[in-house]
Ligand binder design. Structure first.
Ligand code: GLU
Length: 419
């Protein structure tokens, strides 16, 4: 599918989901307008010669930071380095962060940023320079109590370390400026696996509501980056059977279950899942259509759209990625009785643990791994319960209930502050 169409779908989808919740909350037009409008959008251009060893041509990369809303606390959200990054996509993802932080009730607003770049074309040195130049230009809008970035697709703890270094040049050593950084620089134990672990905890909870012991659950995961791989590892530790995994190139399938640790080692050695011993190769489209209990999209947005929604045979879809299901596909799945646990709930373990990291940095006192994972699980499951109870009392789907809770909190904060 052409990249451009996906971008439109992603903004469109967000708008439709919000409209559903706005109507259910009976918000006036002016309130809706205020809740939809971004606070500030910053666009920067970053010149770089991608290869320092020859006289490669100077290129200009575009970088973005959209700060959507900070009624409840500093802007918070990841930085994405991917060729498809553009302002429209970042806008939709920034807004989603506002609802996500409000839903899990942490004192942050929402933001998202990124650079339109294919990182596979850059060596490590070029990536460091690109990140540091981006940071230099964003320093005026970043701040420990202003805007705190974190990893997203295409970025990792190393990239966060470079941001920390660049920001600290002008502000003194400031670990709380960024979350998802390496533990050696004040990162939190458990942050790397937090999103995937949270997805696994929610999946186990949904399974138990379906009276399906997690040990009997058959799971399909699309996407094997940080979130997909940690969701797969956590679920297989819980005893679930992971029958299929995929990455950008395609999928691997084994009805008897995939050894996820072996898959992680295979990817570390060969870069791709392709050729994983004791599995069969399948396409991404075949993977999405596999009969299973849980389908976990954990890659880019708009993976499940109106062209393939009818092929889905899972009992429930758990949105580990942001906006992986378009609004038309969402309706089609609901009509067929397939439950969807929405992104702002399913993948909120990441930003929740970013909050714990920020708190540890401000207190200059680290917590241990068990404490963090325990707090993450307890908070996430209690939010899941609130959403589920609201959904059943108001006779709406989980997504509408999650949006209602989140939007209500942001609207109240705005009203109290009297912007
Ligand atoms: N990028 C992640 C998300 O979409 C984490 C954001 C953060 O930790 O600030 O939720």
């Amino acid at each position: 599918m052409p990249v451009e169409r996906k971008h439109c779908q992603c903004q469109d989808t967000q708008f439709h989901f919000l409209t559903r919740a706005f109507e259910s909350l009976q918000l006036e037009a002016a309130q809706r307008e205020l809740l939809l409008s971004p606070f500030r959008e910053t666009t920067v251009s970053i010149p770089l010669r991608p290869n320092r060893n020859d006289d490669s041509e100077l290129q200009t990369f575009m970088g973005y930071r959209v700060q959507h809303n900070h009624a409840r606390g500093p802007f918070k959200g990841g930085l994405r380095f991917h060729p498809s990054v553009n302002l429209g996509e970042i806008r939709a993802l920034a807004q989603l962060m506002t609802w996500k932080t409000a839903l899990v009730d942490i004192p942050f607003g929402g933001a998202k940023g990124g650079i339109a770049v294919d990182t596979t074309q850059l060596d490590r040195h070029a990536l460091e320079i690109l990140t540091k130049r981006f940071t230099q230009k964003m320093v005026p809008v970043f701040g420990v109590h202003e805007d705190i970035p974190a990893p997203d697709i295409g970025t990792n703890p190393q990239v966060m370390a470079w941001i920390l270094e660049e920001y600290s040049k002008t502000h003194g050593y400031t670990p709380a400026i960024v979350t998802g950084k390496p533990i050696e620089l004040g990162g939190s134990a458990g942050r790397l696996e937090a999103t995937g672990y949270g997805v696994a905890c929610i999946t186990r909870e949904v399974a138990s509501e379906m009276s399906l012991p997690i040990k009997q659950a058959r799971v399909v995961i699309q996407g094997f980056g940080n979130v997909g791989s940690h969701a797969a590892l956590s679920l297989s530790r819980m005893g679930a059977r992971i029958i299929a995994l995929s990455d950008y190139r395609g999928g691997v399938y084994a009805e008897s279950g995939i050894d996820v640790s072996a898959a992680v080692r295979h990817v570390a050695e060969t870069e791709w899942l392709e050729g994983l011993p004791e599995t069969e190769a399948i396409s991404n489209a075949e993977l999405l259509a596999l009969p299973c209990d849980f389908l976990i999209p954990a890659a880019l947005e708009a993976t499940i759209d109106c062209d393939n929604a009818d092929t889905i045979k899972a009992k429930a879809v758990i949105e580990a990625a942001n906006i992986p299901v378009t609004h038309l596909a969402d309706t089609a799945l609901r009509d067929r009785g397939i439950a969807v646990v929405p992104d702002l709930l399913a993948n909120a373990g990441g930003v929740l643990t970013s909050y714990y990291e920020w708190v540890q940095n401000l207190q200059e006192f680290p917590w241990d791994y068990e404490t963090i994972l325990q707090r993450l699980e307890t908070r996430l499951l209690s939010v899941y319960e609130q959403v589920r109870d609201l959904a059943s009392s108001r006779q709406v789907d989980l997504r509408t209930a999650a949006y209602e809770l989140a939007i209500g909190r942001v609207a109240r904060a705005i009203a109290l502050r009297g912007f």
